[in-house]
Design a protein around this ligand. Structure first.
Ligand SMILES: O=C(O)CCC(=O)C(=O)O
Length: 283
């Protein structure tokens, strides 16, 4: 029996490669999460940036709690089973009236994870609308691997500006419109993108990547993930610690090590050249 999604919703996810909206937090709870983020940002004097945006569960205790939210995990369990690792929690903030965008891409090509079971829960902390640059998805595109090129454009929010070169039909794209506190779920091979934020508010989302523990990392000797539900009987990923406070020194050190490892393959071009500067932002 599914825990959170109906059988029809699971079937829709398997057919289209994504499903939304799934209510997770009340508007008040979503606002509280947004305030936590923004209080942290004003405290440090700048928005979350660079590697602070990735695996933020190792830096901020409330993000570590967020990746373990039962309402999220129940839906993820319906898709990938009861043993769940969280590979990453990543913030996607587009400031009001800015040009940053996300090109059409499939995550599976770049992450090195060998499983098609990897699922992203994208949680809206502000309105994700057409105007604010919500995600767009091409239904059914998770069933085919589409060709990409790395363009490394400055306004592209992706690590290497990875862009699908053929196979996207804009007319068939679905706008993933979400209210604060709602989430979408997308499969690791789905072709998705988002345009820039033309609204007066920040567009804030957090992508939480979940996978079953049998998944392997193919692009590096080791990798890490947090065990958020059930058991890990495979040991393919080093388990991430939980911070007891903001920028807890052992977790900051772990974050530095695991991000150095990630960046060593996420930011390389096809010829193996490192294309982006890497700096861990520490408070
Ligand atoms: O937030 C966005 O606009 C893009 C997010 C994305 O590409 C992802 O979560 O895989």
């Amino acid at each position: 029996m599914p825990r959170r999604l109906t059988e029809a919703q699971v079937a829709q996810y398997r057919r289209d490669g994504f499903y939304f909206p799934v209510p997770v937090f009340s508007p008040e709870e979503a606002l509280d999460l947004r305030k936590r983020l923004e209080t942290f940002e004003s405290g440090q004097g700048h928005v979350l940036q660079g590697t602070q945006r990735l695996k933020t569960n190792l830096l901020l205790p409330w993000v570590d709690r967020l990746i373990r939210t039962p309402q999220i995990l129940d839906a993820v369990e319906d898709l990938i089973g009861p043993d769940i690792l969280c590979w990453s929690a990543q913030f996607w903030t587009k400031e009001p009236k800015t040009v940053d965008y996300v090109s059409w891409h499939q995550d599976h090509q770049y992450w090195g994870l060998d499983s098609a079971e990897v699922v992203t829960a994208w949680i809206a902390l502000s309105p994700a609308t057409i105007e604010s640059g919500c995600m767009r998805m091409q239904p059914g595109s998770h069933l085919v691997q589409l060709p990409h090129r790395d363009l490394f454009e400055k306004t592209n929010m992706l690590s290497r500006g990875q862009t699908i070169t053929e196979g996207i039909d804009e007319a068939r794209a679905v706008n993933v419109i979400l209210a604060p506190g709602e989430m979408s779920l997308h499969q690791v091979r789905i072709a998705h993108a988002s345009t820039s934020n033309r609204s007066d508010d920040r567009r804030i989302g957090i992508s939480i990547r979940y996978m079953p523990p049998q998944t392997r990392q193919q692009l590096a000797e080791w990798d890490s993930a947090a065990l958020v539900r059930g058991e890990d009987r495979y040991g393919h990923f080093v388990h991430e610690p939980s911070p007891e406070r903001e920028f807890d020194p052992p977790c900051v050190e772990f974050h530095r090590k695991t991000l150095t490892n990630l960046v060593s393959f996420l930011y390389k071009d096809a010829a193996g050249e490192q294309k982006a500067e890497y700096r861990v932002e520490e408070a």
